[in-house]
Design a protein around this ligand. Structure first.
Ligand SMILES: [Zn+2]
Length: 114
């Protein structure tokens, strides 16, 4: 559902912690459960970036499919094991976001999961 409403939390303290860890200048979006936590970016700035929105939508789906705590746990284990960039959940989000951008911003409806 490319047009499903997105719940955002601007100036999220949780995203701010991540932002400080990253050096303080990064724009951070971090999905926890069904909410995109933002720091360093307004909701409008976030929504104006289709690739960024598509990336975070993948994480929203990952949470939906796996459940909040199971996904959070697997995500953190995967990050500890292979790091952020190679994390399979990040790879999936990056690839989907790239597809959306190549499709002209909005992208096709997500394929049914198998
Ligand atoms: Zn991500």
């Amino acid at each position: 559902m490319p047009d499903a409403p997105l719940r955002t939390w601007v100036n999220s303290p949780l995203a701010r912690v991540a932002r400080l860890v990253l050096g303080g200048n990064a724009r951070v979006a971090m999905v926890i459960g069904g909410t995109v936590h933002l720091s360093g970016a307004s909701r409008a700035e976030f929504l104006a970036n289709p690739e960024w929105v598509a990336h975070e939508r993948v994480h929203l789906r990952q949470y939906r499919e796996q459940g909040l705590l199971p996904f959070l746990y697997r995500y953190l284990v995967e990050s500890a094991r292979v790091g952020y960039y190679a994390n399979k959940y990040e790879v999936e989000a990056r690839e989907e976001a790239r597809r959306v951008v190549q499709a002209g911003g909005r992208g096709p409806a997500p394929a049914p999961t198998t």
